[in-house]
Write a protein that binds this ligand. Structure first.
Ligand code: ATP
Length: 432
């Protein structure tokens, strides 16, 4: 049975994963703030992606390009012309909807008549410099990809990479979505993780298929359940203006299947267009054959914030423990915000002193938390609810045997470990 999404969003807010941005002013629709736990989860998602895409591969390098780009970039990429969604207005209640998301032809709010759809550009406009004139208009990037294309030649020159090779980037993107919703699933400011993988044109189809598999497997490697994931290939009519093939990795959100990541064969569209518009030749010369051509590009484009939400939904679990209804976030260890919680059995001074020492010895190695309020049972429950894989309990025996108990979140199994061996023992559990 699908879980109630309200349970996820209320946990997210109560424990500090994410919540409405600018809340004390009534919020700003489509913006979200990440709290102390959310910022860790998001960082871990991005770190896992960076490790798989950049650190572990010799054929991909990373960059971090500017968010504000020369506006010509968006003319060349087709965003100024095509990055639009069909917008309809309700003639009665004046609410606005995305026409391609509606099931019927009446307003979902009041049943009123809708206007004809008109195209609405999703890019946020702003101005550079002190004069708000047309000449100074720039756009907040709606995707990280274009920053990669404009740097393609420079990065290839700096790194002397030969085809096939890729450039990866993570960062904020902005879209003035007509109807942001489902919490951080669709927001107006969000984070993406994108890679542009350049190949010889004749190898594009094979590379595209293998990237689809590779990216699907990445989610599984981080503990996502196979039944929560599926691949959906786009119909010809659905393809973006640049694409020769797109497959979405879809996730089963509490409200149904939806996109998590798109993998597209963008052909040589972007490099050709940027060559044409910039007047700089972005073609590639094969060193051995001296052939000159525009590489094709395969793009795995994922949402970092959207993935964080999907990992949370997938990890959410409820179980009855000792007759009590409990919540668990069964996050993969590498994604969990805190790796270890240090919990003295009681607040007694002699225990606190040892527990504080244990805390101090762990801090340089792991992201940890310390908690000495309330009963130990309540504290275990609080850690289970935020996904902490290990709790280290300091009890009265610790004063004698200089050992502590490690409790594992999912099995609740407990193990006694000498304090002197705690760091390597936890490291083995967390990395093993
Ligand atoms: P949709 O059809 O849902 O509007 P899209 O197909 O336009 O999305 P892409 O342009 O392929 O999305 O973006 C790549 C990824 O970036 C998406 O798979 C998603 O994870 C993320 N993403 C896109 N738009 C948003 C948004 N408004 N909020 C959060 N994440 C987003």
């Amino acid at each position: 049975m699908p879980i109630d999404f309200e349970k996820i969003t209320s946990l997210a807010k109560r424990r500090g994963f994410f919540f409405q941005g600018s809340e004390i002013y009534g919020g700003l629709n489509g913006t979200w703030d990440y709290g102390p736990l959310g910022v860790e989860l998001l960082k871990n998602v991005k770190q896992a992606w960076w490790r798989a895409m950049v650190q572990m591969r010799d054929d991909i390098v990373g960059i971090d390009s500017a968010i504000l780009l020369n506006p010509e970039v968006w003319r060349a990429s087709g965003h100024l012309e095509n990055f639009t969604d069909p917008l309809v207005d309700c003639k009665e209640c004046k609410m606005r909807w995305r026409a391609d998301h509606l099931e019927g032809d009446r307003c979902p709010n009041c049943g009123g008549e809708l206007t004809e759809p008109r195209q609405f550009n999703l890019m946020f406009k702003t101005f550079v410099g002190p004069v708000e004139g047309d000449a100074a208009v720039v756009y907040l990037r709606p995707e990280t990809a274009q920053g990669i294309f404009v740097d393609f030649k420079a990065v290839q020159g700096m790194t002397r990479k030969r085809l096939p090779f890729g450039i990866a980037q993570q960062g904020k993107s902005f879209r003035n979505e007509i109807s942001p919703g489902n919490s951080i699933f669709r927001s107006r400011e969000f984070e993406q993780m994108e890679c542009e993988y350049f190949v010889r044109p004749e190898q594009a189809d094979e590379a595209y298929r293998s990237w689809v598999q590779e990216r699907y497997n990445w989610y599984l490697s981080l503990g996502m359940k196979p039944e929560s994931l599926r691949l959906r290939e786009h119909e010809q009519s659905e393809l973006s203006h640049y694409s020769a093939g797109t497959t979405d990795v879809e996730f089963l959100y509490p409200w149904g299947w939806g996109e998590l990541e798109g993998i597209a064969n963008r052909t040589d569209f972007d490099l050709r267009r940027h060559s044409e518009f910039s007047g700089k030749d972005l073609s590639y010369v094969d060193e051995t054959t001296s052939e000159k051509f525009y590489p094709y590009v395969i793009e795995p484009a994922a949402g970092a914030t959207r993935s964080a939400l999907a990992f949370m939904c997938d990890a959410y679990d409820e179980a009855v423990v000792n007759g009590e209804q409990r919540t668990f976030l069964r996050l993969h260890k590498s994604l969990a915000p805190y790796k270890v919680a240090v919990l003295p059995l009681s607040k007694k001074e002699n225990l606190s002193a040892v527990a504080r020492q244990v805390e101090k010895s762990l801090r340089p190695h792991f992201m940890i938390t310390y908690d000495e309020t309330q009963s130990i049972g309540k504290r275990y429950a609080r850690q289970d609810e935020i996904g902490t894989p290990y709790c280290v309990t300091v009890d009265f025996d610790s004063l004698e045997d200089h050992a502590v108990t490690i409790r594992e979140r999912d099995s609740m199994a407990q193990e006694r470990v000498p304090i002197a061996e705690l760091v390597p023992a936890l490291r083995e559990k967390l990395e093993g």
